[in-house]
Design a protein around this ligand. Structure first.
Ligand SMILES: *Cc1c(COP(=O)(O)O)cnc(C)c1O
Length: 224
């Protein structure tokens, strides 16, 4: 694909996001985070030249390498993967714009300690396992509100901005919708939360319809 063809292709993805958000409201603004985990630094640069600024990675090492390679570009990095305790310092050294996958009080406490030591704060989302799938990380919906408040009270260097969730792994649209609704319902009960991150390449229109205002698009953005 030439750069011109790629731009037209991306315009089409943006149009799909646009028409999904307009079904909710003219005032419902949705941000696209391009998930570059299967893509190279060159792929990212190509998308950057079309106008994309926010990129997401799910491995600290990959984020580190790509952020370093592309350090001259004004990119906004999101970390969307499971964070192991022994990788916290490596992540903080990159100072990402948003850590989307905070998934336990225990990890929050560990993160808080490291943030204090480095005299930093970090914007985070609480990950919800809304479909209660064993294969997924995240808090059970029943305890999410309580844990969110606990982190706010006990971890002042963590700035919680909202929630993140991966839609149910199912071909049944009703089941996927239900999982998004569960997350959105939690989001609406949070005071001053601004981000509800849900929706990937296969289900972003449905996620937006259910209230998502941040979609994490991987394969579709890189045309894979
Ligand atoms: C890989 C990944 C995505 C993007 O997935 P696609 O289906 O390629 O759009 C979104 N969110 C998370 C947490 C991911 O790991």
């Amino acid at each position: 694909m030439t750069q011109t063809e790629y731009k037209l292709y991306i315009d089409d993805v943006i149009r799909r996001v646009e028409s999904a958000r307009l079904k909710v409201s003219e005032h419902h603004i949705v941000k696209i985070v391009a998930v570059s985990k299967y893509s190279t630094a060159d792929d990212i640069e190509r998308l950057y030249h079309i106008g994309q600024r926010a990129f997401g990675e799910n491995k600290v090492q990959d984020l580190r390498e790509k952020a370093k390679t592309l350090e001259d570009l004004p990119l906004e990095w999101h970390f969307i993967g499971n964070l192991q305790k022994n990788k916290i310092n490596n992540l903080l050294d990159i100072n990402p714009a948003l850590f989307q996958a905070l998934d336990s009080l225990e990890l929050a406490h560990e993160l808080q300690k490291k943030l204090v030591a480095k005299e930093m704060t970090l914007d985070c989302l609480l990950q919800i396992n809304s479909a209660k799938e064993e294969s997924k990380h995240g808090l059970m919906p029943e305890v999410a509100l309580e844990v969110y408040k606990q982190i706010q009270n006990e971890c002042p260097n963590i700035h919680l901005k909202g929630v993140m969730s991966i839609g149910a792994h199912s071909d049944d649209e009703a089941v996927v919708r239900k999982s998004f609704e569960t997350t959105y319902d939690i989001f609406t009960q949070l005071e001053d939360a601004s981000i509800c991150s849900m929706g990937m390449s296969g289900d972003f229109e449905l996620a937006i319809e259910c209230g998502s205002n941040m979609v994490r698009l991987g394969s579709i953005m890189f045309n894979r």
